[in-house]
Write a protein that binds this ligand. Structure first.
Ligand SMILES: [Zn+2]
Length: 463
């Protein structure tokens, strides 16, 4: 074998190196080609930037990771609030083209945990299609209905609430709301009934009037009255608390009540006749007794104000018992007999005559006797006056059908008005009541009325 000379590349080596170079070149090209293909392929859709309301938070490998994180956070919140919760902010994962990096799920979780707030499941109360405020639960919705109704529940024992309805349609819709915007049923009831849960009151002091308060607070007097149904008319008492918020109810509550009351049934009066009584007289033989009926009313009210009242049932519990009255039939002599009995027991003595005297006209005759001497009815008749009669003092007037006899200055009257008396009956005791000098009976005879024409009493007695 011939050794190559120095500086001469043997043929086979030359051929071999050529081949190696070609292989190396080929491998290099492949590496670059596959490498860049791998690089580009590995970038496609593999990383996601998480954004909260447009703010970048961190990278995740895929959208499912975000779903998982949100799901975990929402269940944590649900546990905290005790009901379904949803993330309030808008959280999105956007596909990004960045040099290859690892996803950072722990960092994203921690960030979101700090940043996010939650809305929780609640019931939005809707009045006539308009959202008012959300309540926590179905139980709260029931409570709200109860509170709205109870605002107008009658306090009286004999009133039964049959129905409560609002004129407006009150519905609810399920939704998610910030916990702090969820209302309690009491506040919402106040909002529905008064248009607000705001309270502003004014304490009445001396010299206040509804008109003055209305002017000072730019309200109308009618508005003030509406806001204060507890006020009795326009009168204010010092210390009264006046509500300054005029209600603008969002709901009008119609209540139907049943009111059961007992009412009296008046008794009728029946008459019988009794010849032992004068025609002028009557007396109760049997006392009447009113009956009792139970009436059931149906009362409809709008926001507590009565708008209608109907009788539903009426039931008689006790029938009335009629009153029986005896009417006198005996004729009083149309002309008095004029046959009078001397009206003072034991006679007495005449102390002043009928007619003109120094102090004026004396309409009767004065008969003096000892104190409490019995005074007698001069004839049968009916007592038409018994009582105090000015200067006459204790007085009795008896009607005898035509004549009237008067007995004045008595210490005590012993018969009463309407009573029949017989001739000679003791009707009084002699005294000196009224304008009298000494103990005596002032005895008068008149016709045409108890203050009719006077006649000298002595003309009826023969000396
Ligand atoms: Zn007299």
């Amino acid at each position: 074998m011939k050794l190559p000379r120095v500086g001469e590349v043997p043929d086979f080596i030359d051929k071999c190196a050529d081949y190696q170079r070609q292989v190396l070149f080929f491998l290099l090209c492949s590496f670059i080609l596959w490498g860049s293909m791998y690089f580009f392929l590995s970038q496609k859709g593999d990383l996601y930037m998480v954004e909260v309301n447009g703010l970048e938070v961190g990278l995740l490998a895929n959208e499912e990771e975000l779903e998982e994180i949100l799901c975990t956070l929402e269940s944590e919140a649900a546990e905290y609030y005790g009901r379904p919760a949803r993330v309030a902010e808008e959280v999105v994962a956007k596909k990004v083209f960045l040099p290859l990096r690892e996803g950072e799920p722990e960092k994203v979780f921690a960030q979101l945990h700090n940043m996010l707030s939650y809305k929780v499941a609640a019931k939005m109360v809707i009045v006539n299609g308009k959202e008012v405020l959300p309540l926590n639960s179905e139980e709260d919705v029931d409570l709200l209905h109860e509170m709205v109704a109870s605002a107008f529940i009658p306090k009286e024992e004999n009133v039964l609430l049959k129905n409560v309805e609002t004129a407006e349609k009150v519905t609810t819709r399920d939704g998610f709301y910030y916990p702090e915007e969820i209302c309690d049923p009491e506040t919402l009831a106040s909002v529905l009934l008064r248009g607000t849960d705001r309270k502003e009151t004014y304490l009445v002091s001396r010299g206040d009037s509804l008109w003055k308060i209305a002017r000072d607070y730019s309200l109308s007097v009618d508005g003030l009255k509406e806001a204060n149904p507890q006020l009795n008319g326009e009168k204010l008492q010092i210390g009264d608390e006046i509500n300054l918020i005029v209600p603008e109810p969002m709901v009008n509550v119609f209540t139907v009540e049943r009111l059961i009351v007992k009412e009296k049934i008046p008794f009728e009066t029946r008459y019988c006749y009794d010849d032992s009584l004068w025609k002028l007289q009557s007396k109760i033989v049997e006392e009447g007794k009113p009956g009792v009926k139970e009436i059931e009313y149906q009362i409809t009210r709008e926001n507590g104000k009565e708008i209608s009242r109907e009788i539903v049932t009426q039931k008689v519990i006790a029938e009335p018992e009629p009153q029986l009255v005896a009417k006198g039939t005996s004729d009083i002599p149309s002309k008095g007999t004029g046959n009078f009995l001397w009206p003072v027991q034991g006679g007495g003595r005449i102390t002043s005559n009928y007619g003109w005297r120094g102090s004026g006209f004396h309409a009767g005759v004065d008969i003096g006797a000892g104190k409490n001497t019995p005074v007698l009815a001069a004839d049968s008749g009916v007592v038409v006056y018994e009582g105090w009669d000015g200067g006459y003092g204790n007085t009795i007037v008896i009607f005898h059908g035509y004549y009237y006899t008067r007995y004045g200055h008595n210490s005590q009257n012993k018969v009463s008005s309407g009573q029949a008396v017989s001739r000679g009956q003791v009707i009084a005791s002699m005294g000196s009541t009224g304008r009298a000098t000494g103990c005596h009976l002032h005895f008068e005879v008149r016709t045409g009325g108890i203050y009719g024409t006077t006649i000298n009493p002595l003309s009826f007695f023969s000396p």
